[in-house]
Design a protein around this ligand. Structure first.
Ligand code: G3D
Ligand code: MG
Length: 168
């Protein structure tokens, strides 16, 4: 019989890095420029079939509000999370500096859960030096991808990679 697995994951990162857009791109395969700010946290579900593992994985995706002053709401979102996608915006360096805050915050609550680091909005820059992001990913023992919610680049890859880790 097929295994039915449900896992909660969280998307986090500074405001406007593209968390909500990435979820929307992944779940309904659409990108919308006219986007309404996320209020609090929002939860979306997406089911992935892993035929080889004979497993159906339902990701319960928490869209975590990016303002750091909402720490209590964030902690509630991290509670019980089995994985996280940590997002920054490659066109705004200050959002890269924010990664450490987010990773430490999620690790404090959800401990050593697997993480994926995404440098989003890669469509906005002509070139991007990934050295720092790769070093950070190494430090936290995780993977780093450049992504675009706009073009869809690496969006599915990020969720699938995390999902696969969660059923292993
Ligand atoms: P957040 O949920 O992290 O706060 P949003 O971020 O998903 O709301 O995105 C913030 C803004 O960045 C939105 O623009 C959105 O359209 C844009 N955006 C998100 N991802 C990408 C991307 O990959 N490429 C580009 N070019 N833009 C992106 P607005 O104008 O609505 O503020
Ligand atoms: Mg949002």
């Amino acid at each position: 019989m097929k295994k039915d697995v449900k896992k909660k994951i969280a998307l986090l990162g500074d405001p406007a890095v593209g968390k909500t857009s990435l979820i929307r791109r992944y779940v309904i395969d659409r990108y919308d420029d006219k986007y309404i700010s996320t209020l609090g946290t929002k939860v979306t579900k997406k089911t992935i079939e892993f035929d080889e593992q004979d497993t159906e994985l339902t990701l319960i995706i928490w869209d975590v509000l990016g303002q750091r002053e909402f720490r209590k709401i964030q902690d509630a979102a991290f509670e019980g999370s089995k994985g996280a996608i940590v997002v920054f915006d490659v066109s705004r360096d200050e959002t890269f500096d924010g990664l450490e805050y987010w990773i430490e915050a999620v690790r404090k609550i959800a401990k050593d859960i697997p993480l994926i680091i995404l440098g989003n909005k890669i469509d906005l820059v002509e070139s991007y030096d990934t050295a720092n992001a790769e070093a950070l990913a190494d430090f936290y023992n995780t993977s780093f991808y450049c992504s675009s919610a706009k073009t869809g680049l690496n969006v599915e890859t990020a969720f699938l990679t995390l999902g696969k880790t969660l059923i292993e």
